[in-house]
Design a protein around this ligand. Structure first.
Ligand SMILES: C[S@@+](CC[C@H](N)C(=O)[O-])C[C@H]1O[C@@H](n2cnc3c(N)ncnc32)[C@H](O)[C@@H]1O
Length: 379
């Protein structure tokens, strides 16, 4: 599918206009100085970027190619590139914590998300994972994203529109608890892939079982071993899926300088675990793996002791020692994301305030400058 501009020009697949060609007003660019410090701005006709190193006029970039090196009015130089999806995700406005790029990439692969697939995702949070899923399903695919917080859904809508610069034809966001809402929207047995990123994914198990097509892949992203264990046992008990498989992804960056070529001293040690299982056909029961039979010394009582019930152990933010994201913070992030989306859609004609100044009045406001690995369990 190709998308068409108001001037009748075909622009190729959704979002392609934002990724190639000369730099245009409404697009985000990343300016990296000699110290390697990146800053992201949204280009506007007549716009100016002020730092303590001087002023850079946006018009010196608009219409030019990315990959150039430009100097500001004080002669301070920057390398100019469009942010990649990874860069965009780490600097976009956020309410809930995002899935980090190393995990999004892995989720797309493990869930085998293919062009044209029909995918369900929950919760949407800030929409980081939605971006990777939308790219993977492409213009012919469908992604239905469920989010219980309307304010978070609003942030995600802004971020997705800002990234693609237009509406994705296959994307719909539904506000409500996934386990209830999904049954109103999806036909039984119609969904190819389900991806959950939430505190208590086992609460969605019955719904997932109903909506998934036989052979479909369900991937859950969880932050703690207690969640991992509880979900794995619930999936087994439901008897509607293959044996669940778990893994985590560690990415180690390297220092490259002459003969000093070695792993970096610091790395992100933990973000989350992935648990994957495939839906069996109705009326089929999973084969019990021989390996597991031998390990049957774990009794139901043992499991109950390890996985206390909800009365003893509520699965909420407090149990995870996290501060819930306030409505005020989420509203600020949503307004910021919306501004960036308006700029990206080209709806801006120079009268808009600087879209990179978040409503909090700080550059980047509710997003920007977040290092990979600070994922909190604010689900
Ligand atoms: C960590 S955030 C998701 C982040 C998101 N995947 C991203 O990459 O930006 C978890 C989200 O799940 C939502 N949530 C939790 N349980 C839910 C449920 N049962 N149905 C819908 N949304 C839910 C929370 O409100 C929260 O926004």
């Amino acid at each position: 599918m190709t998308t068409t501009q108001p001037d009748g020009q075909s622009t190729g697949p959704v979002g392609a206009r934002m990724r190639t060609g000369p730099l245009r007003a409404g697009q985000r660019v990343q300016l990296t100085d000699r110290k390697g410090k990146p800053s992201t701005i949204t280009l506007q006709h007549g716009g100016e970027w002020h730092t303590h190193q001087g002023v850079l006029r946006h018009d010196t970039l608009i219409g030019r190619s990315e990959g150039i090196v430009v100097a500001n009015e004080a002669g301070y130089e920057y390398q100019v590139l469009r942010p990649l999806l990874n860069d965009f995700v780490l600097s976009m406005p956020r309410g809930a914590t995002v899935v980090y790029p190393k995990d999004s990439a892995q989720i797309v692969q493990v869930a085998d998300v293919f062009p044209g697939a029909r995918v369900v995702e929950a919760g949407v949070g800030s929409g980081a994972l939605s971006l990777s899923l939308l790219r993977a399903v492409g213009d012919q695919g469908v992604l239905h994203s469920y989010e219980r917080r309307a304010d978070f859904a609003e942030i995600a809508r802004g971020n997705v529109a800002a990234f693609f610069g237009e509406e994705h034809p296959g994307w719909a966001v539904h506000v409500g608890d996934m386990q209830e809402k999904v049954l109103e929207v999806e036909e039984p047995g119609s969904v190819d892939r389900v991806v959950l990123d939430m505190l208590a994914p086992w609460e969605c198990l019955d719904a997932v079982k109903q909506i998934m097509a036989p052979g479909g892949v369900w991937v859950s992203y969880v932050a703690t071993v207690t969640q991992l264990s509880r979900l794995a046992e619930a999936i087994r008990e439901s008897e509607g899926f293959t044996e669940p498989e778990a893994h985590e992804t560690m990415v180690r960056t390297w220092h490259l300088d002459g003969l000093a070529v070695r792993p970096d001293h610091r790395m992100i040690a933990h973000t989350g675990f992935l648990l994957a299982a495939r839906r069996l056909a109705d009326e089929e029961t999973p084969l019990t793996l021989k390996k597991r039979e031998k390990q049957s010394e774990v009794s139901a009582e043992d499991l109950a002791a390890w996985l206390p019930d909800d009365v003893q152990q509520p699965w909420d933010e407090q149990a995870f020692k996290k501060r819930p994201v306030t409505g005020k913070k989420a509203r600020k992030a949503a307004a910021h994301a919306q501004k960036l989306a308006d700029a990206a859609r080209g709806a801006v004609d120079g009268e808009l305030d600087d879209p990179d100044v978040g409503p909090a009045g700080e550059p980047g406001g509710t997003g920007a400058a977040v290092a990979e690995g600070d994922r909190e369990e604010d689900q």
